[in-house]
Every structure is written in C-alpha cells, then in structure tokens.
Design a protein around this ligand. Structure first.
Ligand code: F6R
Length: 612
C-alpha cells in the first residue's frame, strides 16, 4: 500500500526513481511524485508530483530535473482525495525538505492544529505533510536529529524517506510498521518499500526494523534507533529468481495476474518440494519449531488472515479438522484483534499472509504473543514482519506476487495448510495409508492445476457471459463454501460487479428471492457426500430462471439442469477446494478483461494493506 523509492549515488536519480515507481505501482496508483536534490554549489530541491499513473508524471517531468539524490512515491490515498497537491513528496514552507511516507500518522489532526497555531500554512489534506513541516522547523545540526525530533512527536505507522537541500549528501529513512528495505550497490545506495523496486540494481539488502532510522550516503548506510543510539543491521545477499520481478506492460500479455495464474503449477511444486515423506505418509515442516509431543498437545487451531487469505484459512481449517480431527476455525484477523480475544495455551494460532505485512494480521500476531500464545505463520515474503513476529512457520515459495488480486499465493497457502494438516494428523490418528493417499493427491495437483488452466479459452467464453450481469451469486457448502467466497471476492475486486457468496444450504432462507434470469449463480458442486443436495439446489435456481455455471467433477449427474458446466479433475476430496478455485480465478480475470478493465490495478485497492 503506497510505494517508496530512494536513490543516492553517481547516476541521475530521476530516471531510476521513475523506473522504481513503475515497479511499485501495484502498491498504489492514484498519484505519484519524485523529489531530487540538485547538484551544483547551491543544492536545490526539485519536486514533481501528479495525480494519476507514473507514466503521466514521467511525461510531464521538466527537462532539467537533475540531481543524484532523490526519493519517490506512488500513492494509495488515505487522507484526502487523489490530486496533485495530496501526492507525495510533501514539503515545508521554504521548500527545502521533501518527505515521502507510507502508513498513517494517528495524531496528524492534533499536529496540524499545533502547526497552524505556530503560523504554518498546510496546503494538503494529508497526514504526511506535517512530517515535512516538523523536520523543516527543527534547527538541530544534523538531518538525523531533525528527523528524530520530528518522529518523537508523531504517533502512528510509517515507512518514510526524507531529503533536505541543506544536507545534499544523504537520505534519512525510518520505519515503524511499514516496510523499508535498503539496497546496497556499487558507490550507490537504494531504498524501497518493496524488493521489486530494488532487484534490478542490487540483491544485497538490509531490512529495517520497526523503530529504526537509517542514513544512506553514496558509500554506505548507518542505522540507529529513533533516539539515535546505534544499531547493527548487516546487509545480506538474497538468492532470488529475478525474472519473476520483470515488469509486464499494463494489459499487455495478460499482465501480472495472468502470469501469476499460469505460474500456479510451478508454485505448487515449489511449496511441496522436500516436504513430503512418502515412506511414513507425512509432511516435514522443520520451520514449525515444534516436536511431536508439542503438536500432540494442541487442542484447537485458530487461523487468522485477511481477505482472500482468510477464505483460504477457512479451507485450511477444514483440512485440519478432517485430517487431524482437531477443532479448527478461521477468523478475519481484522476483527479478531479488536474483540479482546481469549488466548488459550493449547491452541495453535496460524497467521496466513502473502505479503507478511498486512497490518491487521501482524497486530493479531503481536496480540497473541503478548498474551503468551504460540503463533506460526504461513507467509510468502521471506523475512517480512509477520514471518519475523511468529514462533515458526511455513514459507510458501510462491515467488513474487505483484497483481493486487491474489492467485498463486493462495494456491500455495492451501498447500501449506494441507502439509500442516497432514503433519498434525500423522502425529494423531491419521493412518499411514490415509497419509500416503493425501501425498499422492498432493503430488498430482500441479499437473491437475495445469489441466484446469488449459481450459482457459472455454472459461473465457463463460466469463464473457457472466460479465454482462450486474449481480451474481457464488454458492457452495461445507468445503465448497470458502471456494465460493474466494470466487466472489476475486470476481468483485476486478470486475466491480456485485458478487455475493452464500452457503447453498442457506439459499431457501432468503437469497432465493433474488434469483432471476439476470442474476447468474456460480455453483460449486464437487462429487462428495453433498452432491445430491447441491444438485437439488441447482434445480431450485433453474426453476426460477436463474442462469447457472456449475464447477463440478466429470460424471457428476446434474440431471436436466440447464447450465454451463466446468469440469475439474478429480482429486482427493480434501483437496477439491483448490482445484475448484482455479477456474473461478480464470472466470474473474476474463470477465474483467471483457469489460475492458485494468485487471492488475483494480480501483480503490492496492497490494498489501499496511494501514489499519
Ligand atoms: C484478494 C487479495 C486480498 C489479500 C488480503 C491479505 O485477491 O489479494 O484480499 O488476500 O489483503 O493480504 P496478505 O495475504 O498479503 O496478508
């Protein structure tokens, strides 16, 4: 949510900043801006910012926008509408400070009043602007001290970068609840809120911790606590698949979401690799940091995540209950942390997050740990805040996920839960035969996902028809219900159609009233113990003229129900949800494409919700 970049070195900063911002546009894309400190005898601060995309900013950039030190930002509006004035960087009255900021300053209103009382004229609606004024008003002798003094007045979350015309040889950055990564280059230093903006220049990085600030000069970096006492933050060189970060053009070649959907068979292989023990029909998850005695002592499993991660958490809870027979449920982390939850010592808490930065999930983890609970993480981004805050966990190895709509990360989350349930089950009553059955099912999944993806052309035709509807239902029951929820979520977030998920069993208790020839229903009907009941519900919908798309298994008898039928390969029943989720992603993608929408950058949304 919002993207930050910064550069200091021997090259012109502006082109590098703009390139970095383009790679961060998925984090926010309603406005963008850069500030550079010009060279020469009198270092001048130049700022260019504009509502809209980075390419608009680039097109309008003044010719002489030179300087080898600079910062940039791509915004997702929180305080104030997306317009040129509210875009970052923000500056002070004398235009010598520029600040870019992710996060939310909670006491911004009080600080604005205070600044106004001191005669400062605030020009934007943002919380960030107060930071620029506070740094500008400080008379301390170093930029670090000025930033430290400003931060001492601020309550809230931030990832920020500051440049100052009077200190042209440095960028000062700080982190509290919003990620910042320093990249170490040859006689140059970079900073960004996301690895995606750095990897083209360097893979030697240092993750700033909460409560730390750092000074970047062309030759290195130094880290401090906000009180300016020194910390040690060594840089490490990451082993990354750089092609996964290659930008794809807006809408060209299907964009990021399309590429990420197609990467799912490979991502599924990666998360399973080295973790299946065929001989004993179990999984090996060393990162849990729990021995068999500890896993046997678990009486309950509570899964916490937000949005799609929460829906996959519901699929995960079913897996744990079915395979390990441990009571399990999932809850939206964004609600959990506000209801003063009772933390039980024999409950295993599981935080699930692609980014590892979602603030509600992170704060839920911290709350559980504060109360003495044990939390493990199912996280994709290595070294992210949630991964670091947990007692142990399972990395998902989905690779970078850039599209706002999550696809491959969710598939690996489901597989992560399958591995966890298998390991928990095998330390309890799950037989070795059942363990082996599940392993065979898991091993077959990558090829089966590939098979579903091959029916993309057929799915695109169905999607084009669904795109005509203003409002749709997605229905399923028991294992199929979280699939329906995730299907509706994906559809609504990128098509802007009203898509509502319901338990098939609940239709007659209200929503059936809405069924009509203009309200299609996408129904999840696996071949399982509930097939007959599901098919009966299809008849009820069909009898009321409701168009139907049915995601089912080959040979399931749907009787004379009129529908578009989508068959997915048979798997082990416990694993059906993931194979039934894949066609729903493809439907959402093609419906959005049919409607001419920018699939990778849905309106009002941004990747990684790092503000409350
Ligand atoms: C939907 C989507 C969001 C995320 C949610 C949690 O496609 O991407 O609902 O699933 O914001 O994000 P992470 O997994 O990063 O915690």
């Amino acid at each position: 949510m919002c993207g930050i970049v910064g550069y200091i070195g021997t090259q012109q900063a502006a082109p590098l900043l703009l390139e970095g911002l383009t790679r961060l546009e998925h984090r926010g894309y309603d406005s963008a801006g850069i500030a550079v400190v010009g060279g020469g005898t009198t270092a001048a601060l130049r700022i260019a910012k504009k509502a809209g995309r980075v390419r608009g900013l680039q097109a309008d950039l003044p010719k002489r926008f030179t300087g080898k030190v600079g910062i940039g930002h791509t915004r997702w509006a929180t305080h104030g509408p997306a317009n040129d004035v509210n875009a970052h960087p923000h500056t002070n009255a004398t235009h010598d400070v520029a600040v870019v900021h992710n996060g939310i300053i909670d006491n911004a209103a009080a600080l604005r009043h205070r600044l106004a009382d001191e005669g400062v004229e605030l020009v934007s609606d943002t919380d960030t602007e107060v930071l620029a004024h506070l740094v500008g008003l400080s008379t301390a002798d170093t930029l670090e001290r000025r930033v430290s003094e400003a931060l001492a007045l601020v309550e809230g979350t931030y990832g920020l970068a500051v440049v100052h015309a009077d200190f042209p040889d440095r960028i000062v950055v700080g982190r509290n609840g919003s990620p910042l990564i320093i990249g170490v280059g040859e006689k140059e230093m970079h900073v960004a809120s996301d690895l995606a903006a750095l990897v083209r220049y360097t893979t030697t990085v240092a993750h700033l911790e909460d409560g730390e600030i750092a000074t970047l000069t062309a030759t290195g970096f130094t880290t401090y606590r906000t009180d300016l006492s020194h910390t040690s933050r060594p840089a490490t060189t990451l082993d990354l698949d750089l092609t996964a970060y290659d930008p794809v053009g807006d809408g060209a070649e299907g964009g990021h979401m399309h590429r990420e959907m197609l990467d799912q068979p490979a991502a599924a292989e990666r998360v399973l690799r080295g973790r299946l023990d065929e001989r004993f029909g179990t999984a090996h998850l060393g990162g849990l940091n729990m021995d068999a005695r500890e896993t046997r002592a678990i009486r309950r499993v509570k899964i916490l995540g937000c949005g799609s991660a929460y829906y996959v958490g519901q699929m995960g809870a079913s897996l744990v209950e079915e395979l390990a027979r441990i009571p399990a449920d999932a809850e939206a982390a964004s609600e959990f942390r506000y209801r003063d939850p009772v933390i039980e010592p024999d409950t295993l808490y599981v935080a699930v997050s692609q980014s590892g930065e979602t603030i509600d999930t992170l704060l839920a983890v911290e709350e559980i740990r504060r109360k003495g609970g044990r939390v493990i993480g199912l996280v994709n981004v290595v070294g992210s805040a949630i991964a670091r805050a947990c007692d142990g966990g399972i990395y998902l190895h989905a690779g970078p996920e850039v599209a706002v709509a999550s696809t491959k990360a969710l598939t690996t989350m489901f597989l992560g839960f399958s591995l966890l349930a298998l390991q928990l089950g095998r330390t309890r009553d799950l037989s070795i035969a059942d363990g082996k059955r599940l392993i065979a099912g898991l091993q077959a999944l990558p090829a089966q996902i590939e098979e579903v993806l091959k029916s993309e052309d057929q799915l695109a035709l169905v999607a084009a028809r669904l795109a005509e509807a203003e409002s749709l239902f997605f229905i399923g029951r028991v294992r199929g219900f979280p699939v329906a929820r995730e299907g509706a979520q994906k559809f609504k977030e990128i098509t802007y159609r009203h898509a509502e998920a319901y338990q098939t069993s609940e239709l007659k208790h209200g929503p059936l009233a809405l069924i009509s020839p203009v309200v299609p229903t996408v129904a999840i009907v696996p071949d399982d113990e509930l097939t007959d009941r599901n098919v009966a519900a299809l008849h009820e919908i069909s009898a009321r003229g409701g168009p139907l798309v049915v995601v089912t298994h080959p040979d399931v008898d749907l009787g004379d129900v009129r529908c578009e039928r989508i068959d997915v390969p048979r798997s082990e029943r416990e694993l059906d949800p993931i194979l039934m989720t894949i066609p729903l992603q493809v439907l959402a993608f093609h419906a959005a494409t049919t409607l001419g929408l920018d699939v990778d950058k849905p309106r009002n949304l941004a990747k990684s919700v790092t503000v409350e």
